[in-house]
Design a protein around this ligand. Structure first.
Ligand code: PAN
Ligand code: ZN
Length: 186
């Protein structure tokens, strides 16, 4: 794929719809075995989806991504993305929340942890080396715009095996709680 010419993208700030996307990825509960603390066998909701503009996967190119996390919870655990490290450890990312409410969980391989709230107008800088997972804690879609280097690569395996340092669950009166996991609690 050669260097693209300059191009514009329209992002509907209400629906999150991105014009001209080349990639649309859907994640249902069945695509996420073992990620939630429970997985009811009788339902398979759409947890999240994301749209991307394709550029060459090379140093210097930037991917534009719109992610939509649909509201809901699986046995009290809010809908969330799989989460990943960037395979290229030099690669960072910027998230901008377009609408909805949520939390961005983060962690490093050295055991540092972070959780930052997301709401319309908040941007979060995810430095190199920090895994990241977004969680929808609201009752509306959580829409996120993200920019990341096209040569980042995505390392899902470490998170699939070890999970994140905390789970985000529905507390009393519907308030979200970020609950640190004890080792072995999945
Ligand atoms: C995001 C994510 C997107 C979906 O664009 O890819 O929100 O999350 P998962 O990739 O964890 O399923 C990003 O962080 N890209 O690098
Ligand atoms: Zn990322």
């Amino acid at each position: 794929m050669s260097n693209p010419k300059p191009f514009a993208t329209r992002i509907d700030l209400r629906s999150g719809l991105m014009s001209g996307y080349e990639r649309h990825t859907l994640r249902r509960l069945s695509d996420m075995p073992g990620y939630f603390h429970a997985s009811p066998a009788d339902e398979d909701p759409l947890i999240y989806e994301y749209f991307e503009r394709d550029v060459p996967p090379e140093d210097g190119q930037i991917v534009q991504n719109v992610s939509i996390l649909h509201p809901g919870a699986i046995d009290g655990e809010y809908h969330m993305t799989k989460g990943h490290y960037h395979a290229n450890r030099r690669c960072s990312e910027v998230y901008l929340c377009l609408s909805g409410r949520g939390v961005l969980l983060m962690q490093t391989r050295d055991g540092e942890t972070g959780a930052l709230e997301l709401e319309r107008g908040i941007s979060v800088y995810v430095p190199p080396g920090w895994a990241h997972r977004s969680v929808n804690t609201g009752d509306q879609p959580l829409m996120l715009f993200a920019l990341y280097p096209a040569d980042s690569g995505h390392d899902y395996a470490a998170i699939a095996e070890q999970g994140f340092w905390a789970r985000v669950i529905q507390g009393a009166e519907g308030h979200p709680l970020v609950v640190p996991r004890r080792d072995g609690s999945g």
